[in-house]
Design a protein around this ligand. Structure first.
Ligand code: BGC
Length: 776
């Protein structure tokens, strides 16, 4: 690119070194002399937050990545990418920090919900089309986290000891597929170390494999604060160190070049990649007219994707779909306060969240609600009934800004919506109109100085050491009461890091009877209804970025709730609202189980669509669901002395379950629709598998056709079978359809010290229940 070469020669050393260092939480510096705008990056992957972490500028919140993978539909992934590009353009974002293509090595992995699958092919194919979608909209990506970032414990420092074969065949494979099929503009270097070097300094993997072998020509951006050493990172292949303003690049890199520790040609190469990224994403003006894109309906896509991702793993006697006239007992704390996305950097602020209760009511269904049990003892951020905003003030109490709040939680990170130097306090305040009279609970979440006032009463004025404080207030129904929670901002930075930060929350819970009474009420409601829909799942305390899970049990008394309502009414449909697998000890006692993942902002509408049969649940498990945690092949996510050994080699997920003595609760690839299919014929010629199948049910349907390859002579060094390809098929009732799946040679190759090697011989190639013998 001429404009890039031209720009590089125009820049001096200090400017070049500044250009590869974050200037703040989300951006690189602008260089107006060469027509370069500040390049803006933002998380990712289920929506685009934008540079402000507030509800000021809401984002479409899509279902979790596990949900997208559950569709096994690369076309849908592409549409998701295109929508996210639209969101990025709307918010002035050039690079989306997504997708996350680490693997489900263990269901305990804290960011499991944010990754796609336990299978590298499914992960890579979904991610590649997601990237194609984003980049078709003129926006870049950083495929992350390169590589082996599959757990959270000691995530900043842990050294992953992984064999070359597992690294190539499993953990690197999704990145390799995305590189081959989508040519990503960016990759994010992970926090962790791999076999010694930390990933931001990993020359053999960054310069060797990613650039050298695969031909990646994009930009490598560090995970936030992951770059540790100027010279080692620059020589190891890291282009950009994020976030700013203090990084190991910038002045330190200029210094290292002057000292002869980093050749200037290395810096020029880094700058070349940043400028190339800027050209690709429109941040470096090159005179071409702006592209015109078709408008995508984000709310509609969020609803469609949610329904398509819902995975029906059990449906006894066709209890689903429900007839519209049935009386439904809708039960569960999560049915009212839906958990629609996972926590951490994946969090965005949607304009609205449709809970199951709202969704079912909006569909005109006859619903009686009972809380039954909650996934958490913690109060939730103040939401329904509250009309609140946050007001930022200076030391004299002058208002610096009023910022809308979609709920009671506030996290400003990286950049502040008001001048940071003047900020002294933030008040979340407004009014609350109780729906019912009784003992309402209010809480403070955060650390530091707080003052909480409800009505006339000062409930707290002092220091909260850590965690939360809870207070009870008697309020009458229907009458507005003023509420105010003021936080005094002392430092306004995140821990010891030079990152601007203010975070706290106003929490609330409506008057609620004790847990025993709640359970008894749920049973009573269940008994009276034609059908029970009970929504259970995880909480942010047990499933979020930043820590691994320690148990697969659902928190609180939710398991007991399911067992008791199922005993009261055999027509019980359980909706599991969790981003990753949970134990379901009651699974054989209930009529149906629908996994809805973290379903995104339109989850409640999508649930109504699927329960009523308006839409067929389209999901198939992207990861194995165990019966109990103890059965899982890999539960070790805790480094010992800073090291974690991936001793299981290539045997993760179904590759391991296939040779275990205990079967899982529901296997990889499992999921039911509302129709039935008969696989009629399967043929294989020259790398193409052709499958003919017929919809034998009475409704139109969609099937995910999965092809597996399995060595005819078992080899203990290799899995029994592995996913060779997949596609979706659609047909009207009674109609036939034919699909094809490409089976590349790589499918039968393994990684050896000499590189990829095709293992010649006979294999069984299956598509659904049919199979054929193929010879490589
Ligand atoms: C996460 C990344 C994220 C970054 C910026 C990190 O802690 O690991 O996935 O993109 O923060 O929010």
């Amino acid at each position: 690119m001429d404009e890039v070469e031209h720009a590089i020669t125009a820049l001096d050393l200090d400017t070049k070194a500044a250009l590869v260092a974050g200037q703040d939480m989300w951006t690189l510096p602008a260089v107006p002399e060469i027509g370069l705008d500040s390049l803006v990056m933002s998380d990712g992957p289920i929506g685009v937050r934008g540079v402000q972490w507030t509800a000021q500028d809401p984002s479409i919140a899509l279902p979790s990545p596990t949900a997208l993978a559950a569709t096994w539909d690369v076309g849908l992934a592409r549409r998701v990418g295109a929508l996210l590009a639209q969101e990025c353009r709307r918010k002035g974002v050039h690079v989306l920090l997504a997708p996350t293509v680490n693997l489900h090595r263990s269901p305990l992995g804290g960011r499991h919900f944010e990754c796609y699958s336990e299978d590298p092919l499914l992960t890579g194919e979904i991610a590649a089309e997601y990237v194609n979608g984003v980049q078709s909209g003129g926006v870049g990506v950083t495929v992350k986290h390169f590589v082996a970032n599959d757990f959270e414990t000691e995530r900043l420092t842990a050294n992953v000891l992984v064999g070359e074969r597992a690294l190539r065949e499993l953990y690197l494979r999704p990145f390799e597929i995305v590189q081959a099929k989508a040519g990503p503009y960016g990759v994010m270097a992970a926090y962790n170390r791999v076999n010694g070097p930390t990933m931001t300094e990993h020359g053999p993997l960054q310069n060797g494999v990613l650039r050298g072998e695969w031909g990646f020509d994009g930009c490598i951006v560090s995970d936030w604060t992951a770059a540790r050493d100027t010279v080692r990172a620059a020589l190891g292949g890291l282009d950009v160190a994020m976030p700013g303003p203090v990084t190991v690049y910038g002045p330190a890199l200029a210094e290292a070049v002057r000292a002869g520790e980093v050749p200037e040609s290395v810096l020029d190469e880094q700058v070349r990649r940043v400028l190339t990224l800027a050209v690709r994403t429109g941040a470096l003006k090159n005179g071409s007219p702006p592209a015109v894109y078709e408008e995508i309906d984000g709310v509609g896509l969020a609803r469609e994707l949610a329904a398509r991702s819902f995975t029906l793993v059990r449906n006894q006697d066709g209890v689903l779909p429900l007839a519209r006239e049935v009386r439904i007992a809708l039960i569960g704390g999560l049915a009212k306060e839906a958990r629609v996305m996972g926590g951490g950097s994946a969090l965005v602020f949607p304009e609205r969240v449709v809970s199951p209760l709202e969704g079912l009511r909006a569909a005109g269904l006859d619903v009686v609600y009972a809380r039954g049990a909650d996934p958490s003892e913690q109060l939730s951020p103040a939401g329904k009934g509250f009309t609140i905003a946050s007001t930022a003030r200076d030391a004299e109490g002058r208002v610096l800004g009023v910022i809308p709040q979609s709920d009671g939680s506030l996290t400003w990170i990286g950049s502040m919506p008001v001048p940071h130097e003047e900020l002294r306090s933030v008040e979340i305040g407004g009014t609350f109109r109780p729906e019912v009279g009784g003992a309402h609970r209010f809480g403070i979440e955060g650390t530091g100085l707080f003052r909480l006032v409800v009505g006339e009463e000062v409930l707290f004025d002092g220091r909260v050491e850590s965690g939360s404080e809870v207070f009870t207030v008697e309020l009458a129904a229907g009458e507005d009461v003023p509420v105010s929670l003021t936080h005094t901002v002392v430092k306004g930075v995140l821990g010891e890091m030079p990152i601007l930060y203010v975070g706290f929350g106003l929490l609330y819970r409506e008057p609620t009877p004790g847990p025993d009474e709640l359970l008894a009420q749920a049973e009573a409601v269940a008994r009276e209804a034609d059908v029970v829909v009970v929504v259970v799942g995880t909480s942010k305390e047990v499933e979020s970025e930043g820590f691994d899970r320690t148990s697969l049990r659902m928190p609180g008394r939710q398991d007991e709730l399911v067992s008791r309502v199922a005993a009261a009414n055999p027509r019980t449909v359980v909706v599991v609202n969790a981003g990753s697998p949970v134990e379901m000890p009651w699974r054989d006692q209930v009529a149906a189980i629908l996994l809805t993942w973290f379903p995104g902002q339109e989850g409640g509408h999508a649930l109504a669509d699927v329960l009523t049969g308006e839409v067929e649940p389209g999901g198939r498990l992207p990861t194995t669901w165990p019966a109990t945690m103890a059965d899982c092949p890999v539960i070790d996510v805790t480094p010992v002395d800073g090291e974690i050994a991936y001793d299981e080699g290539v045997f993760i997920g179904y590759r391991a379950w296939d040779r275990a003595s205990t079967p899982p609760a529901y296997p990889f690839g499992h999921g039911l629709g509302y129709t039935t299919w008969e696989y009629q014929e399967l043929t294989y010629t020259e790398g193409t598998l052709t499958v003919r199948l017929r919809n034998t049910g009475s409704r139109p349907g969609r099937e995910v056709v999965q092809a597996y390859l399995s060595p005819a002579t078992p080899d203990p060094e290799r899995p029994t079978r592995w996913l060779a390809g997949f596609t979706t098929a659609e047909a009207a009732p009674g109609a036939e359809t034919t699909v094809t799946i490409e089976i590349p040679h790589r499918t039968a190759e393994i990684w050896t010290p000499e590189g990829w090697q095709l293992i010649l011989g006979d294999y069984h190639l299956s598509g659904g229940p049919l199979e054929t013998l193929v010879t490589f």
